[in-house]
Design a protein around this ligand. Structure first.
Ligand code: FAD
Ligand code: FES
Length: 500
């Protein structure tokens, strides 16, 4: 029996917080209760700021609660590429910032006594193909990271690796318990958290920011930090300069003890592994099957690919006890965007390249220092302003407004040639309803959910993701539940209901 949902969220007891029912005033408004929003809010509250954090759903329940839980400066094999592309100063800033972030996470866990299964272990990056990782180890070491080229047998996986690089003394933890601990520490320090409260509009008036929310109250603050994975709506034009990429995860029990280290391949497809402590000594987490959000017809097959990989490596009939997916954004030059959005006083953080547990800690420090008017040693590598000035961004947004319309033509051609009566239990997709295209899903209780399958961000057509039962947008990564409610932005409004 496979539970559909993150193993971490299923095994963490998270406190619940109220919906925002009355207007609030604060020094700082933080929008989004993932790892970046929570870490930034906690740091600012500890510095004496009065912080309100507003979360659309539940704290830590989106991407941050669906990670692999690796807290490491080893982000695949990136350092040789960063050096070649950005030069030694920027590559060193990125490396040093992320290695420092590993220690900052460990320090926070210790300081607040967060019970999150934190363990120190090596993090391996390996290839089973012809990739040459020897320069990666050399460059990473030159940048000051604890990286070494090691004998492939050290990896501990039953496969033939050609090259293995080991990063020493990294961290793995239970991400949801970590996030729950951050939220509790923030609350204890006097911070205010509101859940099930979506920010739908942000208006700046002079130096002040006013956020309108669903279900209706407002928050006014001197500073606003938008930590919503991708900035909402059109803010800063970041939706046009990032790509959403989804990965899938499974938790399995092997017939033998699981390797104790963390590992990630540079092969295609990528496989990322680490122990699953909740599954006992044989428990293993495998994450992979990467693809752009909204570009897969058969996401069930992606999960089968992960299970088959485990079955063939360990010569077993593996069963996924949990399976889940999540997405993160990448930037064209591999570096996150953190700082002030062009033409606005609003601060943002996005584009963590699936390494937001350390990059998010770096982002939190940069955002905190921007609010407090302090210098930050890493801010130039993460500069959010490199997207362009306000005028360039306005052009970018204008060009992208056309995107939805252009995609919508192709959408009608994908229409299924059957009516709503044919939607089977557990199935979803596009259907013909009296000559109109309708998105439909029949839930396990037999209830039919219908939506207009057009993204409420900029109007792109949505694709049904059967493996996760979501409507996904390939344009900029908005995702919606079968009832049309927003799961991930940049969209802020639910899908429309068909009126026929
Ligand atoms: C499968 C997978 C595995 C990963 N594993 C790792 C790993 O092992 N190590 C690592 O370092 N990184 C990992 N990452 C990357 C990491 O998870 C992300 O970079 C990080 O979680 C991003 O954090 P966030 O706070 O920006 O986003 P989120 O966690 O998505 O938080 C954003 C929050 O904002 C809320 N929100 C959105 N819109 C609104 C709105 N309008 N109003 C109010 N709230 C809103 C959302 O509900 C959400 O809770 C992984 C990513 C994926 C996809
Ligand atoms: S996310 Fe932008 S159009 Fe869907």
């Amino acid at each position: 029996m496979t539970t559909h949902g993150s193993v971490w969220l299923a095994t963490a007891r998270m406190s619940r917080y109220d919906v925002l029912a009355t207007d609030q005033q604060a020094d700082v408004l933080v929008v989004g209760g993932g790892v970046i929003g929570l870490t930034t809010a906690l740091q600012l509250q500890l510095e004496g700021a009065d912080v309100v954090l507003v979360e659309a759903g539940r704290i830590g329940a989106r991407t941050s609660g669906n990670t692999t839980g690796k807290v490491t400066s080893q982000h695949g094999a990136i350092y040789a590429g960063l050096l070649d592309r950005h030069g030694i100063d920027t590559a060193r800033q990125y490396a040093t910032a992320n290695q420092a972030a590993v220690e900052e996470v460990a320090e926070l866990v210790g300081r607040f006594g967060i019970d999150c299964e934190l363990v120190r272990s090596p993090a391996f990056v390996y290839s089973t193909e012809s990739a040459d990782l020897s320069r990666e180890a050399e460059v990473a070491a030159q940048l000051g990271l604890p990286a070494h080229n090691v004998d492939p047998t050290e990896l501990g996986l039953p496969l033939t690796a050609t090259e293995v690089v080991r990063f020493d003394n990294q961290v793995q933890l239970h991400p949801s318990r970590y996030l729950g601990g951050l939220a509790a520490a923030f609350s204890r320090a006097g911070g205010r958290i509101f859940e099930r409260t979506r920010v739908t509009e942000l208006n700046t008036e002079g130096d002040r920011v006013e956020a309108r929310t669903e279900p209706g109250s407002t928050v006014r603050a001197n500073h606003a930090i938008v930590a919503t994975l991708l900035p909402i709506g059109l803010l800063g034009g970041y939706f046009a300069r990032t790509r959403p990429n989804q990965s899938h995860g499974i938790a399995v029990r092997l017939p033998v003890q699981a390797p104790s280290g963390m590992a990630i391949s540079v092969d295609d497809p990528v496989r990322s592994t680490r122990p699953w402590p909740g599954g006992g000594p044989n428990g293993l987490i495998v994450v992979g099957g990467d693809h752009e959000t909204g570009d897969q017809d058969d996401t069930d097959a992606v999960y089968r690919g992960l299970i088959d990989w485990v079955s063939s490596l360990w010569n077993t009939q593996a069963q996924a006890e949990y399976r889940w997916s999540a997405q993160d954004y990448s930037t064209p030059d591999q570096l996150p965007y953190v700082g002030k959005a062009p033409g606005s006083s609003i601060l943002i953080a996005t584009g963590m390249h699936k390494w937001g547990l350390t990059n998010g800690m770096v982002a939190a420090g940069i955002l905190r220092d921007l609010v407090l008017g302090r210098e930050n040693p890493w801010s130039s590598a993460y500069d959010a302003g490199r997207i362009g000035g306000a005028r360039a961004v306005a052009e970018l947004v204008k060009d992208n407004l056309k995107v939805g319309k252009e995609f919508a033509g192709g959408h009608l051609r994908r229409l299924l040639d059957s009516g709503l009566d044919h939607v089977e239990v557990g199935q979803g997709g596009l259907y013909d309803a009296d000559g109109h295209t309708v998105g439909a899903y029949r839930d396990p209780d037999g209830r039919l959910h219908t939506v207009v399958p057009v993204c409420t961000h900029l109007g792109c057509p949505l694709r049904w993701n059967q493996g996760d039962a979501t409507w996904d947008c390939n344009c900029h990564g908005s995702r919606f539940a079968p009832d049309g409610s927003v799961l991930d932005g940049p969209a802020v409004s639910p899908l429309k209901t068909p009126d026929h």
